[in-house]
Design a binder for this molecule. Structure first.
Ligand SMILES: C[S@@+](CC[C@H](N)C(=O)[O-])C[C@H]1O[C@@H](n2cnc3c(N)ncnc32)[C@H](O)[C@@H]1O
Length: 184
């Protein structure tokens, strides 16, 4: 059986993936929170395969990277009266419990809303889809699945047809090699 990503320290490839994600977030957020003329008052960030928040050594996973980077935008969020909604989904029972502890563990007011669910990806995506498609909102969708099976043609088409939506979607090079998607 494949060993679980979070039961050991993240390896170098996972760290590289997380660094790409973090760099993307650093560039993406100010486009919506700090632009001169704010167009979208509602910003939604979806992490559909969120994990528990940390690896076994306390290295940050995507939910915690999102929370950390958002700190640099608190003033802008308040000044521009933005609504920021974070959605984390993780279907594994124990990881979901840890995710809740790690993400909701704060004292005091924070200028964003958080929802955490424990659903199979397809159910979560279908449930959220109508919200993502609403006018006047900007969406960032992050899809960090194991393998590639969850992002079907139907889901991919739905995502690329959404307005004001950016998405990041990781596929491991081993999957690409195995399926001979491209020659490496
Ligand atoms: C590659 S890891 C994501 C890692 C996470 N981005 C991080 O930084 O720690 C994939 C996660 O998706 C969860 N998962 C796998 N299949 C799922 C499904 N069908 N629906 C929801 N979550 C799923 C796994 O339990 C695992 O925690």
């Amino acid at each position: 059986m494949k060993q679980d990503l979070h039961s050991k320290p993240f390896d170098e490839t996972t760290k590289a993936k997380l660094a790409i994600f973090n760099d993307y977030l650093i560039e993406w957020l100010p486009v919506f929170t700090k632009r001169k003329d704010i167009i979208w008052k509602i910003i939604n960030i979806y992490d559909f395969f969120a994990g528990p928040g940390f690896d076994s050594e306390g290295n940050k996973g995507t939910p915690i990277l999102i929370l950390n980077e958002l700190k640099n935008h608190f003033d802008a969020i308040e000044q521009n009266r933005l609504e920021v909604n974070l959605y984390f989904n993780e279907f594994d029972e124990s990881k979901n419990t840890d995710l809740k502890k790690n993400v909701l563990d704060n004292d005091g007011f924070l200028p964003y809303n958080v929802r955490i669910e424990k659903l199979d990806f397809k159910l979560a995506f279908d449930k959220e889809f109508s919200k993502m498609a609403q006018q006047g909102q900007a969406n960032l969708i992050f899809l960090d699945q194991y393998g590639i099976k969850h992002i079907t043609t139907d889901i991919f088409k739905k995502i690329i047809n959404l307005k004001q939506t950016d998405f990041l979607f990781f596929i491991s090079s081993s999957t690409i090699k195995r399926l001979s998607l491209i020659r490496l």
